[in-house]
Ligand binder design. Structure first.
Ligand code: PLP
Length: 430
């Protein structure tokens, strides 16, 4: 987190709490790290926009030279709405576009969108169109092995059904061949936030089946999923090490086959997770008896950051008094007063509305400071899969505003706080 405590107070006063905050500087640094990854014969970086789809963020990331990985037809529409051209978008989805959606996707394909086939039925749905217009396709392969920060984030093993499974590849290739289709890109995404070693193993496996099945492929997309250590005790994946490994393997592939493959990666988390945080206010303090816990109640919880409840993930905490004094910073080595085991909860009527949970969803107290009602708690590393992946209107709480701290320090509102009426505007009474 770059922003200072004075900035936190300023944002809290100007925009209220809870508010999501992003640091432009960190986003741009992450973009640069990715764009400078080692590579053999060319690199394209895509941003998996499902991690955080706010328009200003898409525009910022795209302007830095990064393209888009969309996970749904609506995400394609949203990227276009942010003025990102179709030829900078890859579509990787479970959906099979039909009717108006099919017409829309076909139009975008003609404009240059890359369509990443994820099932044999998707192939059957688009192959005649692709053949007729001599459009080359990408194909997502299910490699049979994956990894993830939790089992729900593993997208490569038999418990998840993303892509055409290796065992079904011959059938897909046969059907493609019938209309002279060319698959010029082979794509695998094995999961989010898993073991970096598994990412490397996948490269070997993937290049193996590129050689076996895809003589015409010119590009390999190794997916995203780079692990980000949100907590001080967690380690980031070393993306330069991963890049070097990929480079070496793509060079070996060239030595063996004479084919120079271009490489793509498409992280979401790596770009956004630590670029964002959530400013909340302490609204109450309570205890649950002698053998119970010491609770800190915030004005934002599961409805604004669902990740602890979904994945048992932890987010670093910073506590700042209403006067602006730093009370606690989980990422600092400094000693703070009044540290004890406590539990952070939100304001929803649900015991799972806590930021301190283990993987099974049980309360797991953590050592932290001792803020008073009215003080501020910043929940760190909420830039990815927090604003977008939370039941925002649960308990009829409105979706918070989003503020971007520009590189020059200016504050820019990039999403207004939701109006209360918007929660039920589409409801029809009796
Ligand atoms: C979600 C997703 C990503 C990004 O995963 P991160 O863990 O956020 O980097 C990349 N590719 C595909 C196909 C995805 O579904």
């Amino acid at each position: 987190m770059y922003h200072s405590h004075t900035q936190t107070l300023k944002i809290a006063h100007e925009f209220g709490t809870p508010t999501y905050v992003y640091d432009e500087k960190i986003i741009l640094e992450n973009c640069n790290k990715l764009l400078n990854l080692p590579n053999a014969f060319g690199l394209k970086v895509r941003y998996a926009m499902k991690a955080n789809s706010s328009k200003a963020l898409l525009q910022l990331i795209h302007k830095s030279g990064i393209e888009i990985d969309a996970s749904s037809i609506n995400e394609v529409k949203r990227a276009l709405h942010a003025k990102i051209p179709a030829n900078k978008i890859l579509l990787t989805t479970h959906e099979i576009p039909m009717g108006e959606d099919k017409k829309f996707i076909e139009k975008q394909i003609l404009e240059g969108l890359t369509y990443n086939i994820c099932s044999i039925n998707q192939l059957r749905n688009i192959k005649d169109f692709a053949a007729q217009h001599q459009v080359k396709l990408s194909i997502r392969v299910h490699p049979g092995k994956g990894t993830g920060e939790s089992s729900s984030r593993n997208t490569g093993d038999k418990y998840s059904c993303f892509g055409v499974h290796l065992e079904n590849l011959p059938q897909a290739l046969k059907e493609g061949k019938e209309v002279n289709l060319i698959f010029d890109q082979v794509h695998v995404h094995i999961g989010s936030g898993g073991d970096p070693e598994a990412w490397k193993e996948n490269i070997d496996r993937q290049l193996g089946f590129v050689q076996k099945y895809f003589p015409e492929a010119t590009r390999v997309n190794f997916g995203g999923g780079f692990k980000v250590g949100r907590m001080p005790h967690e380690q980031d994946a070393d993306i330069n090490d991963l890049g070097s490994y990929a480079k070496e393997k793509v060079e070996d592939f060239y030595q063996e086959t004479g084919r120079k493959l271009k490489m793509e990666v498409e992280p979401g988390t790596f770009l956004m997770a630590k670029s964002g945080s959530l400013i909340t206010k302490v609204i109450d303090r309570k205890k649950t008896g002698k053998d119970g816990f010491d609770f800190i109640v915030l004005d934002g919880g599961m409805e604004v950051n669902m990740r602890p409840l979904l994945y048992g993930s932890q987010h670093p905490l910073t506590m700042i008094s209403k006067e602006g004094k730093l009370l606690f910073d989980e990422e600092s080595l400094e000693e703070f007063e009044g540290i004890a085991e406590r539990v952070i909860v939100g304001k929803c009527c649900e015991s799972g509305d806590a930021q301190c949970l283990d993987e099974s969803g049980k309360i797991q107290p953590r050592k932290m400071g001792n803020p008073e009602v009215g003080d501020f708690v910043v929940i760190g590393a909420t830039g990815a899969y927090s604003p977008v992946l939370s039941p925002n209107n649960y308990n009829s709480h409105v979706k918070p505003p989003e503020v971007l701290i520009r590189a020059n320090g200016d504050l820019q509102l990039i999403r207004k706080k939701q109006n209360f009426e918007e929660i039920f505007v589409n409801e029809i009474g009796l």
